[in-house]
Design a protein around this ligand. Sequence first.
Ligand code: CA
Length: 222
Amino acid sequence: MKILLVEDDRLLARQIAQALHDEKFVVDIAVDGVDGQHMGETEAYDAAVLDLGLPKVPGAAVLRAWRKAGRQLPVLILTARDGWSDKVDGFKAGADDYLTKPFRIEELIMRLRALVRRSAGHATPKIVCGAIGFDAQTGVFERDGLPLKLTALEWRVLECLILRKEVVIERGDLTEKVYEGDVGTDSNSLEVIVARLRRKIGRDAIETVRGRGYRLTAAQTA
Ligand code: CA
């Protein structure tokens, strides 16, 4: 999944981005409110982490602008201040959750995962599609109850597909959310990753929808 991180403390931003990367998130960083607002309005993210105290445009104004533009992405706000009124302002602007600095990055990651999972319509972390099980909190995939070993790219593709199981995920969306920076070369193109996934989870589990994208399905073709 792809996260927008808007944080002007560059050291903290790098630390958060590295921790998210280690947990297989794809992360874009903006270091002021103008860039953050623009990126959130023009690119597709699964969630945003938004600092309230930002140069140029404050975080709450960025969030209000996103909501006014119809952006529905879940937003977790970071506040350095302990003031209750900051959090109230954040929620009024359309925030879904908040953390007060300093915080543990593990907690940020847990909250982000829960936000993304709930926004995809799953009330609980366990998601099942046919023989494939996924724990959206721990990130573990299983096939018939046995843990699956996946590369980071395979994991990201399968996570996107299972969060919206039985729904066609457009090729372009999948590409944007799976690759960091450069889109896959021949050896790790989307087609190659899907082919490798099919060998691990079963041929019929991922359906190719011509001209559109892919769908994870529990339906068995004869
Ligand atoms: Ca700040």
